[in-house]
Write a protein that binds this ligand. Structure first.
Ligand code: DX5
Ligand code: ZN
Length: 214
């Protein structure tokens, strides 16, 4: 699968409706929604109030990426706010299983994610328990960082593991993705690429999305 999920974090929030209409017109598959709490990551983005306009103006599924401590307190509210998938960080919790169950009970797709300094093998026991794993290719917290090349080996490892076990689990990659590296990240085995600044700061965002997918 080759999907593109532009991250609304890099959108112009003064023209949010137009930005979302551009996403609707484009070949983007999902809208990636980066929620930051200022504690799990050293940055604060947005929370529930913006889920409403995202849901109202965006026709694409909302792929919610929680960069927060205590995701167990909030995952159900994000499901109720219209998330199509909800992901949280493995390293933010003691046991992800009960939290995955909360999301599943809402009928929403689950995602587990790890920062670049977390051993990718820690995701292996959960590969058959989630719909998607998200490999961060930058440290969570900010848009506009450079892709960490070591991520490529992690993507290949995950691809092999998922295929060997005959699983359908999707691999999403997030951070520093652009028109130059998208092809090789897909080739390494990624299914979904998140791109924030590369899309929203581009002169022609719709074409940028098209180029990334092709
Ligand atoms: C980083 C976020 C990313 C970010 C990607 O903490 O999880 O989704 O918005 O932005 P770019 O594509 O600019 O690296
Ligand atoms: Zn993200």
């Amino acid at each position: 699968m080759r999907l593109i999920a532009p991250s609304v974090l890099s959108a112009d929030f003064g023209h949010l409706a137009e930005e979302l209409e551009m996403i609707n017109r484009s070949e983007a598959d999902w809208l990636h929604v980066d929620v930051m709490d200022g504690t799990f990551v050293p940055n604060i983005s947005f929370g529930f109030p913006l889920m409403k306009p995202f849901k109202q103006y965006c026709t694409k599924p909302l792929d919610v990426h929680l960069m927060i401590v205590h995701p167990e307190k909030y995952v159900e509210r994000f499901c109720d706010a219209g998330a199509w998938s909800v992901g949280f960080h493995l390293e933010a919790v003691d046991d992800p299983m009960p939290i995955l169950e909360l999301i599943k009970a809402k009928g929403v797709r689950t995602c587990l994610t790890i920062n670049p300094d977390i051993d990718v093998k820690r995701l292996v026991p959960y590969l058959d328990k989630v719909d998607m794993v998200l490999l961060m290719s930058v440290f969570a917290g900010f848009g506009g960082q450079s892709f960490i090349p070591e991520t490529m080996a992690k993507i290949r490892f995950m691809r092999e593991e998922i295929d060997r076990r005959g699983l359908q689990t999707l691999i999403e990659v997030d951070g520093g993705v652009n028109t130059k590296n998208a092809h090789s990240i897909f080739e390494a085995g990624a299914d979904v690429l998140v791109a924030g600044s590369a899309v929203f700061c581009a002169k022609d965002p719709e074409n940028t999305i098209r180029v990334m997918k092709s």
